[in-house]
Ligand binder design. Structure first.
Ligand code: HEM
Length: 207
């Protein structure tokens, strides 16, 4: 391998999905937090407008999810998400030690990015959990809250709408935490902006 090599990691469909998804989810987080308070005077934009924005962003994220899901089924990108049983615990632990200690002590990354490995083991687990668990649960529970007539009346002693709202908010919180860690991890590279440029241009520089 040459000292630096450029890999086309982010095809157009992936960048379109990522852009809509990122903007949509940031809007959902801001409007979602804002909706926690129903006191009209505490909203800059007014409660009804915030709800409308939340619904529009949710619809965009849902539609763009199909681009992501289908894209990962029909193109080779999906293979980067496959988790193998070998080293199921050991690999992410090694990566976590690198992030917490090794990185600050001149250690080489245990799972460097290459043509065959786009994500390190921790990134892979995080992306699988957020994209194949948290986002689908938020989408399905969000559709339930948009059309409450399709939700079960009661789940044990609780109202179905209440349980759906708790699941929706908890997953939304999980995605918010993911996003903060995602932005920090994405800033680790030769320079802090390198990965952000990659997700816009499509090209990733391997050093
Ligand atoms: C302001 C918002 C965001 C920014 C600036 C951002 C930035 C980035 C960057 C730089 C990458 C490429 C480097 C890497 O793989 O780490 C990336 C990839 C990725 N991001 Fe984000 N991101 C944002 C929001 C999100 C959100 C909200 C999600 C999911 C809920 C997400 C999911 C992903 C996934 C799954 C990939 C890998 C895609 C693939 O290559 O198959 N991102 N993001």
């Amino acid at each position: 391998m040459a000292a630096t090599e450029k890999l086309y990691f982010y095809p157009v469909w992936l960048r379109i999905w990522h852009g809509i998804n990122a903007l949509g989810i940031v809007t959902l987080i801001i409007t979602g937090i804002s909706m926690q308070s129903s006191v009209e005077s505490s909203h800059i934009l007014g409660f009804n407008l915030i709800v409308k924005l939340h619904n529009i962003a949710g619809t965009l994220v849902t539609l763009s999810y199909f681009i992501y899901f289908i894209g990962n089924v029909v193109t080779p990108n999906g293979k980067f998400y496959r988790i193998k049983p070998r080293g199921f615990f050991a690999k992410p632990i090694q990566q976590a030690i690198y992030y917490a200690w090794g990185m600050f002590h001149g250690m080489k990354p245990p799972y460097p990015i290459s043509e065959k490995r786009k994500f390190n083991p921790l990134q892979k687990y995080a992306y699988v959990m957020v994209m194949y668990m948290a986002v689908p649960v938020v989408i399905i529970s969000g559709i339930g809250l948009l059309f409450p007539e399709i939700i079960l009346d009661k789940v044990y002693a609780f109202s179905g709408v209440f349980v759906t709202a708790v699941v929706h908010s908890a997953m939304g919180f999980f995605i918010s935490v993911f996003l903060m860690i995602h932005l920090y991890i994405a800033s680790i590279g030769k320079s802090p902006l390198e990965n952000f440029k990659s997700i816009i241009t499509g090209w990733h520089q391997v050093h």
